[in-house]
Each structure stands twice: as C-alpha cells, then as structure tokens.
Design a protein around this ligand. Structure first.
Ligand code: XMP
Length: 333
C-alpha cells in the first residue's frame, strides 16, 4: 500500500468528533512506531509543525524534542508565542535558539532574492543539524508534512516549473539519519486546523495566515539591514493589529508589509524627513497560484497610514499594492 496516498474512503475531518478520532488513532500509531525512542522536531510556530508538536506531546510527552530556530526574520511576538505555548503551557522539551546574528551576518549585502532564500534555507539546516548532533540517541524526525506537500512533490517530480524556490528546508546532512514521523501527511490544511483546535492550540495559532519560510527576509527587499528590518517588523505588527481590530483578519487570506530598499523625501516636524515607504499587501486566494486584492475600507487605510508613519521610525509613506496575481506575485521577492 502506498502510505503517501490518501485513501478515497478517508472521511474529511470537519468536526471535533472526527478530529478526536483521528488524534486517538495517531497517538496509538505514533506510540507504536516510536516505542521509547527520542523524536526531534523543527518547530517553526507555523500551523503544521505546531499541530504535529501538540499531537506528539500528547502521544509521547518528553520523548519529543522541539527545536525552535529564531532566524531573526520572524514577525513581532512570534518566537515568544512559541516559547509561551510549547515551553510553558504545554511543558514540552523546547530548545530555543536565537540565531539572529548568524543569519543577518550571512545575509549582509546580499540583494538577490533567490540567493537570500538559499542562504536562509541552508543556514536553517545547519543550525538545526548542530542542535540535532548535540542530542544523543535520537532515532526519529517528526515533520509537519501535509497532503498538498505530497501532491506538490509529485508535480515537481513530473518536471513542472516553479516561479520561486518555495522549498524552505532541504535534506539534512549525510551524518544525520532519522526515520520520519509524519502524522498529518494525509490531511489537507483545513483538517490540520480542526485537529489543532481539538488538541487545544490557540485559535490564533491554528488559523494563522501563511508565512513564508524565509520570513521577513523576502519582505525587506534587497540587501537586508537591521534598521529597515526593525521598521518592517513594527509596521507589520501595526497592520496585523488593525486587521484584527477591524474584522479583516478573518476575511483576508494573507496581509503583510513590505519595505523596499529606497527612500523618498518627506516632512516631519517642519523638517525634511527622508524615509522608506511601507507597502501593504492584502490578498485573497484559494491556492496561491492566482490572487485578488482585498478592498480595505478607506477609514481603516487612513488609520493604518497614521499609525505606521507616527509610530515607526524611518517610514514616511504608506502605499497599497493593488496588483492581482498575475501579474504581481503575492510576495515581492
Ligand atoms: P508568491 O509570492 O509566489 O507566493 O505569489 C505564493 C505563496 O507562497 C508563499 N511564499 C513562500 N513560502 N517559502 C515559503 O514557505 C518561500 O520562499 C516563499 N515565497 C513565497 C507566499 O507567502 C504566498 O503565501
């Protein structure tokens, strides 16, 4: 039997009842697979790895070692939320690595988007592998693979061309050999979310908007600098806050801020004020292959402009990108 193929008879998980049955079944399967051995998991804080972590904590508790690598390109409050939920509330074995300097030093002066992606992906593996080598006797690697990932690899194996290299994590180095534990690999995203809520994860984490692996790195356009990255993180937090307060977070699939590597002339306190523009992107899509732009009420836009320009050092304008995909991709890099 091909264990990577979803059986046609498999029921779609739409209710807590179905989710609980799935959880029970997977807890049993994981315990059988793993026995008393140790399992390692790269916990990004995204929906898939978080749900796998919660499921494995339920199944094997402290036999699971979660490694959270903060590459310095996370959104405001994100790594803190991982530490809070998994380290504190769920009392997991959580290894938190602040690798900000490692990543930002390597990225200094690198402007080409695909090179940035490659550097981030490769360094991520290295930081994770360093931690994996420190832990002894780990037999298994858990992954938040979901069914669309499997379908996507099938497509790629058939030679379909990609616009960007979205693959965040390549293979681990040769000396690290693990058996895989992939408890949600036959589930679609909406099912993973139902399972996550049934496991008691916070709604905000489970319904989090998609966030690319290279994080804010592909939204701080061109060569990343710490001051522009800081401005981006703050402006993005304001945008998310206003979307939450105005009921847009539930309506819009993905919304974020981009800051290009350019300045324009502005005025502040009667003086010339050269600053970066913050660009807002807010799109709806079914499969990320095409996307439409959300109509944000003018009053909300004005509030966002006022808050970003007043509260964020270095920004003097806010623009709204009205381009659908195609021709614009969702991210700018
Ligand atoms: P684009 O920009 O290609 O984005 O229209 C489509 C979706 O993919 C996300 N994206 C990425 N996700 N690694 C990821 O994990 C990446 O390098 C990457 N680049 C884009 C993007 O946020 C959107 O949801």
């Amino acid at each position: 039997m091909d264990t990577n193929k979803r059986p046609e008879t498999m029921q779609r998980i739409t209710t807590f009842e179905l989710a609980n049955a799935f959880i029970e079944e997977q807890v049993k399967a994981v315990r059988e697979q793993v026995g008393d051995k140790k399992v390692l998991l790269a916990l990004s804080g995204g929906v898939d790895s978080s749900v796998v972590a919660a499921l494995l904590i339920k199944a094997i508790g402290k036999q699971l070692y979660c490694v959270h690598v903060n590459h310095g390109l996370m959104r405001k409050g994100e790594s803190e939320a991982v530490v809070d939920i998994f380290g504190k509330t769920l009392d997991a074995n959580l290894i938190y690595i602040d690798a900000t300097d490692r990543f930002l030093d390597l990225l200094a002066g690198v402007a080409e988007p695909e090179r940035k992606r490659k550097i981030i992906g490769k360094e991520f593996i290295e930081v994770f592998a360093d931690e994996a080598r420190k832990l002894e006797d780990v037999t298994f690697l858990a992954q938040g693979t979901i069914y669309p990932d499997i379908l996507e690899s099938v497509k790629q194996a058939e030679g379909k061309k990609a616009v960007k290299s979205h693959h965040n994590v390549g293979g681990l180095p040769e000396d690290l050999k693990f058996e895989l534990v992939e408890p949600v690999k036959l589930l679609f995203k909406d099912e993973v979310r139902v399972v996550g809520e049934a496991l008691g994860l916070p709604h905000a984490m489970v319904y989090r908007q998609p966030f690319p692996g290279p994080g804010l790195g592909v939204r701080c356009l061109g060569a990343i600098t710490r001051d522009r990255l800081h401005a981006l993180r703050e402006a993005d937090a304001i945008l998310r806050d206003e979307f939450d307060k105005n009921g847009l977070a539930e309506k819009v699939w993905q919304y974020f801020v981009i800051i290009p590597d350019m300045k324009s002339v502005g005025v502040k306190d009667d003086s010339r004020y050269e600053g970066w523009p913050a660009i807002i992107r807010a799109v709806n899509t079914k499969d990320a292959m095409t996307a439409t732009v959300e109509e944000i009420p003018y009053a909300v836009l004005h509030k966002i402009v006022a808050r970003i320009t007043n509260e964020v050092e270095g920004i003097n304008r806010v623009l709204y990108d009205l381009t659908p995909k195609p021709t614009g991709t969702i991210e700018w890099e």
